[in-house]
Write a protein that binds this ligand. Structure first.
Ligand SMILES: [Mn+2]
Length: 266
């Protein structure tokens, strides 16, 4: 399977790396690491990211070419899609991506194998862990840029190594990334301790709406557009509100839902 990727990378010159909307650390870290790796192999690589980079990930080394909107004239022979369980989750340009040879790299159990080539490892802690093995197979020289991106992706997708998904290999890769120059305290500070005050105002409003059900096994909190307006925030802010609620010992069910304006739940 890695041989096929090798062939595609050897033969191709121009690549696109895409990831999902509302990007998290694994989505961004994996996409950026792959783009840097392709560039290191002498290839041209752009990243397609529909959304802006959330403030907590602005410290990530970012490839030169990040495109937020694709046009019909953009032609990419080979398109890598990372950390994305289904293609529509990349956003509006899903149809355009299909023009290229799609390589799907992921770890979600829900992945629907939309690529021509699918490298999906459900046991991996993160897409970054799967990608690490691919980059090794491609003989990529791991730069500091790649290391910071992979480390951050694994750190965030394992909930700082707290989730069941945390693997031995996740630790091994992170150790290797540290040898390459990653400073864990710096990454943790940037990701987890760098919030603007608006985030706390939003948090106050959201936490005040928590209600629990089924003997406190399920908790639901609400986020509304009005809360965003009131606190001068947006969708990028509440993603870790879910994780905060997870800390409540009474909750046996880890899924604490946040309702988005009654339209979608995540
Ligand atoms: Mn992931």
């Amino acid at each position: 399977m890695f041989q096929k990727i090798r062939d595609m990378v050897d033969q191709g010159g121009r690549f696109l790396v895409a990831t999902h909307i509302d990007p998290d650390g694994d989505a961004l870290g994996s996409a950026f690491a792959l783009a840097f790796a392709l560039k290191g192999l002498g290839k041209e690589a752009s990243v397609y990211l529909r959304d802006t980079i959330p403030y907590r990930y602005e410290f990530l080394p970012c490839p030169e070419k990040v495109i937020h909107q694709l046009s019909g004239e953009d032609v990419f022979e080979t398109v890598f899609v990372v950390d994305c369980g289904d293609l529509p989750r990349v956003g509006d340009s899903a149809e355009l991506l299909k023009k290229g040879y799609l390589i799907n790299i992921d770890h979600h159990t829900s992945n629907d194998y939309y690529g021509q080539l699918n490298i999906v490892d459900e046991r991996a802690s993160s897409t970054a862990e799967v990608l690490y093995l691919i980059l090794k197979a491609l003989d990529v020289k791991f730069s500091r840029e790649i290391a910071v991106n992979l480390y951050t992706a694994i750190l965030t997708d394992t909930g700082s190594f707290r989730y069941d998904s945390t693997t031995q290999r996740a630790f091994a890769i992170c150790e290797e990334m540290m040898v390459l120059g990653v400073v864990p305290a710096d990454v943790a500070k940037a990701v987890y301790e760098n919030h603007p005050k608006e985030r706390f105002h939003l948090l106050g409003l959201v936490l005040s709406t928590i209600e629990t059900y089924q003997g406190d096994q399920i908790a639901i909190a609400c986020v509304t557009e009005e809360m965003f307006r009131k606190t001068n925030t947006n969708r990028e802010f509440p993603t870790d509100l879910l994780k905060r609620s997870r800390r409540c010992a009474a909750l046996k069910w880890p899924a604490c839902s946040v309702k988005w304006d009654h339209r979608s739940t995540r």
